[in-house]
Design a protein around this ligand. Structure first.
Ligand SMILES: C[S@@+](CC[C@H](N)C(=O)[O-])C[C@H]1O[C@@H](n2cnc3c(N)ncnc32)[C@H](O)[C@@H]1O
Length: 408
């Protein structure tokens, strides 16, 4: 039975990967300070002792494996990159607390045989490599031989483009360790999307306008980076701790529905108004074409043009074009053709854009629905569930590493 301590445990992707690898193990304790993560960890894995804030731990019991997926906030390119110098006081510098505990363990003859690290790819960048090397040298002095590699989740069975640096360190070891080979991707992003999604996940016009903003701010054009996935997309972008907040996050294009209706203005006058439905359920398709229109993003003040059945639309870079809807101009084709399409009387061809749900984010981190159900029963908010997913390790990648390390 492998004895394990998970430092910076989060929701316990580490123990989950050991379970998935079929490696009998016993988690002696975790170190975690986030009350929501601790709650969800215990829902998923049962009660586990928490040593608490790593800064306050004096020593740890002798076990076989420590995992330390320490905070990446100050290393990640999406953060301030304040680094992880030993005395810098940054969150990422908590790494050196692991060093302190290893020093104590050495004195107590309690060094674990194996160490497993995970962090962002940027840790091996030109900027941070010297400091990372300092850490490797420290481990070397303690008697560990270390092996590291950047692995991408999409090469280990999960349709997410997520590159992370993994390091395995083995005590008093002369041999080699090779990381698992990539495997062909058989699951697509579409496979992991939920069928029924609450309307709150659909983007407001305001957000779409924000995300499609084409203003050039010193070379940064937000609209260019807004790349929602369509049904042809196979791989999600990296899941972040606050998905759906930035134009660069994962968004999916789905059927959208709206109707043009004649509404009385009084005095016997009528006007045509566009009524947009926020949910993805189509208005019932009728012979009156105006009952169902799609909203096509375009570079006008409104941000949208309404297209009805039979209208042609430009489907390429619509967000920064005007006149994207051509009234009945393109012959009725069922599918898009190059950069033009046509609106057809088919619910599936209507579009809308939404962000990923927490469940979809968890699926994209390698979690299965029965575990997700248990985690979500803890009653923590969507915000927390998103954050936990963004912080976690893709279970499949770690499972592959553990299988290799422990010959499982
Ligand atoms: C990158 S996340 C690790 C997530 C984990 N690998 C998982 O599977 O969910 C880093 C974790 O370190 C925790 N953390 C931050 N400061 C800590 C501290 N002083 N002591 C213990 N844990 C801490 C954070 O709450 C966060 O959950």
């Amino acid at each position: 039975m492998l004895k394990v301590i998970e430092l910076f445990s989060g929701i316990g992707s580490q123990t989950q990967a050991l379970k998935e690898a079929g490696i009998p193990h016993d988690v002696y304790g975790i170190s975690e300070i986030d009350k929501y993560a601790i709650k969800v960890y215990r829902k998923l894995h049962g009660f586990t002792y928490n040593f608490g804030d790593i800064k306050n731990i004096e020593e740890l019991p002798k076990v076989d494996l420590w995992t330390y997926s320490f905070p990446c906030t100050d290393i990640s390119i999406s953060g301030q990159m304040n680094g992880f110098d030993e005395d810098s006081g940054t969150r990422s510098s908590l790494l050196w607390q692991v060093g302190r505990l290893l020093n104590v363990a050495k004195e107590n003859d309690a060094l674990p045989k194996y160490l497993l690290m995970e962090n962002v790819k940027n840790i091996v960048s030109k900027r941070f490599m010297p400091l990372f090397q300092k850490w490797i040298d420290k481990l070397n002095e303690l008697g560990y031989k270390s092996f590291y590699k950047v692995l991408n989740a999409k090469e280990y069975g999960v349709p997410q483009n997520r590159e992370r640096c993994f390091m395995v360190s083995i005590l008093n070891y002369d041999g080699e360790f090779t990381f698992p080979e990539p495997i062909p991707l058989e699951t697509t992003l579409q496979d992991l999307l939920e069928e029924e999604v609450d309307e709150r996940y659909f983007l407001s016009d305001r957000f779409i306008k924000y995300a499609c903003d084409m203003e050039d701010r010193n070379g940064f054009i937000r609209g260019v980076r807004f790349r929602p996935h369509d049904e042809g997309s196979k791989i999600a972008y990296t899941i972040t701790t606050n998905p759906g907040g930035r134009a660069t996050d994962n968004f999916v294009i789905l059927p959208a529905c709206a109707a043009i209706r004649g509404r009385g203005k009084g005095k016997g006058e009528y006007e045509q108004t566009l009524e947009v439905k926020q949910d993805p359920i189509s208005n019932s398709l009728t012979t009156v074409q105006k009952d169902n229109v799609i909203l096509v993003p375009q570079a006008t003040k409104a941000g949208y043009a309404a297209a009805e059945v039979g209208d042609g639309i430009y489907t390429n870079r619509m967000k920064w074009k005007r006149g994207v809807v051509q009234k009945s101009m393109i012959p009725t084709l069922k599918t898009t053709c190059g950069d033009v399409g046509v609106v057809v009387n088919d619910k599936e061809d209507l579009i809308n854009i939404r962000r990923l749900t927490p469940r979809e984010c968890w699926r994209l981190m390698g979690w299965k629905d029965n575990d997700i159900d248990r985690a979500f029963k803890s009653g923590v908010s969507d915000t927390q569930l998103y954050k936990m997913a963004g912080n976690a390790i893709v279970v499949n990648v770690l499972t592959a590493i553990f299988k290799k390390l422990f010959n499982a």
